[in-house]
Design a protein around this ligand. Sequence first.
Ligand code: DGL
Length: 254
Amino acid sequence: MKQADYPIGVFDSGVGGISALQAMIRILPQEHFIYYGDTANAPYGTKKTEEVIACVRRVTDRLLERNIKALVIACNTATGAAAYTLRRELTIPVIGMEPALKPASEVRKDGDILVMATPLTLHQEKFNLLMEKYGEGAVRVPCTGLMELVEQEDWKGSRAYLENLFAGYDPERVDAVVLGCTHYVFLKDMIREMLPARVAITEGSEGTARQLKRVLARGHLLKEGGEGRVELETSGSPEDLEKMRRLLNHTIPE
Ligand code: DGL
């Protein structure tokens, strides 16, 4: 089998990265994806950087055993913690994600940009650099506990969490909201309803999928035809696998 026909490894701490996987399947329908949800070790966002790197290494080793041709870190937290290390150590392309602050800064008028992400993402050096470039008017909004509600598919609890969160800000002053954690993308419609229609909501799934396509094309690694397929794996339970399947079929309007 030629390398272009090998699978693409994608992972997150749980179901969040499935929101990015959906965009990848849309943009690269012929590819074979292996998605790994590290549910047994979730959440990553409240761990220390070294702990996240250790989790990421375990997941990556597993995916490498499957002969993947590229690795997508479908997690903002793990990208900030481990992308640099992985890029240095691996010979295959590594594609990461970061909070979509740049597109938010492009549509900002003179109001605030609320950057929702995990506490670890918001404290990382990588994020500080992003803030230096595009952070005018940006406010760090750590959302401890929100990924867990998505993991539990607790949409009622998520709504209550978000209502409480946004009550702390004047909606008239908000120009954009950045969904800086792949789990929050599943809440995009809900957030849309809660904020004035002019507020932009940005997230990185589409951009990541396009970047993956560019990187594969550059390395002559695009699979040329045939049927695409998706395999789901988890460090969690069979129920976690079922949940991953359900969320993969949950449609997110663009
Ligand atoms: N989905 C991950 C992200 O994009 C983080 C969730 C977690 O805390 O594990 O940041």
